[in-house]
Design a protein around this ligand. Sequence first.
Ligand code: PLP
Length: 444
Amino acid sequence: MSETVGLSPTGDGPPARFAVPDHTRGSIAGSDAKASVITGVSNGADWLARYSSSLMGVFGTPQRVLVRGAGCLVWDADGKEYLDLLGGIAVNALGHAHPFVTSVISSQLATLGHVSNFFTSPTQIALAEKLLSLSKAPAGSKVFFANSGTEANEAAFKLARRNNADGKRTKIIALEGAFHGRTMGALALTAKEAYRAPFEPLPGGVVHIPFNDIDALRAAVDDSTAAVFLEPIQGEAGVRPLSTEYLRAAREATSAAGALLILDEVQTGIGRTGKWLASEDAGIVPDAVTLAKGLGGGFPVGALVTFGSTTSALLTAGQHGTTFGGNPVATAAALATLHAIESQGVLQNVLAVGAHLRDGLAAHEAVTEVRGEGLLIGFDVDADVAPAMVTAALDAGFIINSPGPRTIRLAPPLILTIEQADRFLTALPALISTAKATTSKDNK
Ligand code: PLP
């Protein structure tokens, strides 16, 4: 018998040691198994040519071909280094190749990689318990595991449809600017016309109301409303926070009408804002929360948490399911991520580095507004140069994102240091002026 480090079955304690039988370690490829399955060695340009002839064009042309990461740094196929200030869009909570998460995933994979949902496994149960505890869910609350944010929201959409005992609750309310995913149910909740129009008809009954407008909310929520879906901070719309008053008003209005309040914390949850859930400060108990992105620290996993026994009983046996959801490796990855965030002071780091970044950004004369919380930050510049800033940043060794023509979004690993934040703040003036120069040249 040989041994590898694994996570204790509860996920709460320090890593325990699990025995892994030697016969499970057989290799078909000798010492470098990875090299034997990656076909050919290319530079960035060659990989991109192969990409465009083999992958569907839904993402446009990738900006770079990334081959390796460590902490907040990544390297491309040509050997260039980048400071990753986007973290896989709020996914790589602990950066890249985190040693503890990597070790737990490897250990779990070498022990039990997958079981069907006719069975369960300790990591699945431990993760459900952990999420219920972190989200301070009351007795009777439950978890459903999915593989992504859109699937977590798909489950929440079906939950909302089940909140219809009298057959009259057909309305689901979402907000203008909302992004809840790309599958058909989640797309029906998503507001952007360009995403929706090619796929109509979408599942019906969804209405979009103005963002952060309490009067519009109160007018819209009635006894035909099954659920209200809210993102505490709209990430894709440029990092737009809902006010605490709005979240409280939403809780009041939905409770009074018998509608569910469903919070999409796919982007904002798991420490992104320096709290486990961005909605924590509002002091409300929602009916459901969806999670994904940072939950697996880079490994695909999503979750729907339902609060209280009544809501948790809405979806019954056979009404929903997934092959991979709750997979032992994905749930081990999430347990490892949560354990590392908890035990290594990561939330405090998010608050400190986030405040430092926001202060530094606000001090720049070309920055007109800074929004967000913790390490989910949006800022506007004084000209429509955000896409050109993304290009200038890449050339200068930074990965950032532009969700709007003059908006930049940062969602770096939660372990970003003050020094790394300062590296970006120091580079920012040059990025803005390069972007302005290239944009005015392109417009001539
Ligand atoms: N909900 C929110 C708030 C998101 O930001 C996203 C993705 O950006 C999703 C849902 C969809 O998640 P996924 O891309 O994992 O399906």
